[in-house]
Design a protein around this ligand. Structure first.
Ligand code: C6P
Length: 429
């Protein structure tokens, strides 16, 4: 029987259950895991609301990095010595954690990369360059990050293929009927973002995948902004590829993962060539290693991969469902606060949204908003967020963007609203 404020021990989750059995987040305990959140910035307590750019790291991840370099450092898959075996074991263990986290069928469907950008480039190169030809069509959406536009643009240019774009409405929702109309025998690939980084829209990727598969078209999902906010199950989605970055998931920078269905990865060419991705090399001919090593040329970010595994352990302990519920509550609260400020216009008002509050303020440039908020210790991002076509669609040069994570609080959103009040005072707007 749980009573008020009891910590739930089940699943080791950082949740409490209050008297009426409503599950609530043990936010203080979570914040205690992130040392940087307790620092002062410009004489004020840090309010970190730039989580879509990168998340902060819990002690567990910081400690794992130290532990690795302190007592486990060696190259992997290469040595017969003890340390190499330890490092290889830890690295491969992390692959299993990623596999379980996104519910892939097998460890060899997980390829470690530098991040989402490299993952998409790998697919554009390894799949697009091999299988696209003149007149073929690749479909992306109007709210893609540049990382899911430029690689496809380049491969289409090279192959004389056509890049088509699913439009969106004024709330920042994809117009799915238009996508359905675009699908044709010419369509050879679809690549879409699951959660928009500049609008927060959660796209109906499962529906998109179902329609594309009905025409035998493979689909890549850019999961950069999804994995730390929503439960992802690649087999339930049935996506052919799924890309994400570790650093947006409380892990170190310079590491991420590409999931790909084995049968499709097997048919693709390697992206980069060098050590570890070969089976045999002579001056006449090279044969390639099996999955996933065929796509992991050279020495990767071993410490980063191990840190990614630890970050996944961390968020699984907190609980993905609990994170989703808590962040949604924050989003609703923040949306209410910002909407009530005279002159604030929210950009991205989709019905299905994750924790992104992108906004503009009449007569004040977003960079000025960001600078004044910074003086209050509040970190947000301003600019086009590497989604210039989104800015063009809304007829604005930039937005100010507050992006949420599991450690943010309503108090911090209050601070943001007060900060915007100061901006208005300074600019008499
Ligand atoms: N968005 C943001 O502030 P990398 O840099 O490879 O880890 O992630 C690229 C990327 C790809 N897709 C989406 C949807 C993204 O949001 C990002 C990164 C950051 O919004 C930096 S521009």
């Amino acid at each position: 029987m749980f009573t008020a404020g009891n910590t739930m021990k089940k699943n080791n989750s950082a949740m409490t259950v209050d008297a009426d059995k409503r599950v609530t987040f043990d936010i203080e305990r979570i914040r205690g895991d992130f040392p940087i959140l307790h620092t002062m910035v410009r004489g004020k307590p840090l309010v970190y609301l730039d989580n879509a750019a990168t998340t902060q790291k819990p002690l567990h991840v910081i400690d794992a990095d130290q532990r690795y370099y302190h007592s486990q450092n060696a190259n992997i898959h290469r040595g017969v010595h003890y340390l190499s075996e330890v490092a290889t074991f830890e690295y491969e263990k992390a692959r299993g954690k990623v596999k379980n986290f996104i519910n892939a069928a097998d460890n060899h469907e997980i390829i470690f990369v530098r991040g989402t950008t490299e993952a998409i480039n790998l697919v554009a190169h390894g799949y697009g360059r091999k299988f696209l030809s003149e007149g073929d069509e690749v479909i992306i959406s109007a709210m893609e990050h540049h990382s899911n536009i430029v690689p496809w643009q380049m491969v289409c240019e090279e192959k004389k293929a056509v890049l088509r774009v699913i439009p969106m409405n004024d709330d920042g929702e994809l117009i799915i009927e238009e996508f359905e109309k675009m699908l044709s025998p010419k369509t050879k690939f679809v690549s879409v973002v699951m959660v928009s980084n500049s609008l927060g829209t959660i796209n109906p990727v499962k529906e998109i995948i179902r329609s594309a598969h009905a025409q035998n078209v493979p689909v890549l999902v850019d999961g950069a902004q999804a994995v730390s906010h929503l439960k992802v199950d690649v087999r339930d989605l049935d996506c052919d590829f799924f890309a994400f970055s570790g650093h947006k998931l409380f892990a170190p920078t310079g590491v991420g993962a590409l999931y790909g269905k084995a049968e499709i990865l097997d048919r693709m060419d390697p992206y980069q060539c060098g050590g570890d991705m070969i089976e045999s090399v002579t001056f006449e001919k090279t044969t390639f290693n099996a999955l996933p090593y065929k796509f992991e040329a050279g020495t990767g970010n071993i410490a980063g991969v191990i840190g990614l595994g630890v970050a996944i352990d961390y968020i699984r302990r907190v609980g993905m469902d609990e994170i989703e519920t808590y962040e949604h509550e924050l989003l609703v609260y923040g949306t209410g606060l910002l909407s009530a400020i005279d002159g604030v216009r929210l950009i991205g008002t989709a019905k299905e949204k994750a924790g992104v509050l992108s906004f503009v303020l009449e007569t004040v440039h977003p960079h000025d908003i960001g600078t004044i908020l910074d003086m209050e210790g509040i970190a947000i991002r301003t600019g086009h967020h590497c989604t210039q076509p989104v800015m063009k669609r809304f007829g604005i040069p930039a937005t100010a963007r507050a992006s949420l994570s599991l450690y943010n609080t309503k108090d911090e959103l209050d601070a943001l609203a007060r900060g915007i009040g100061k901006v208005k005072e300074v600019f008499h707007s």
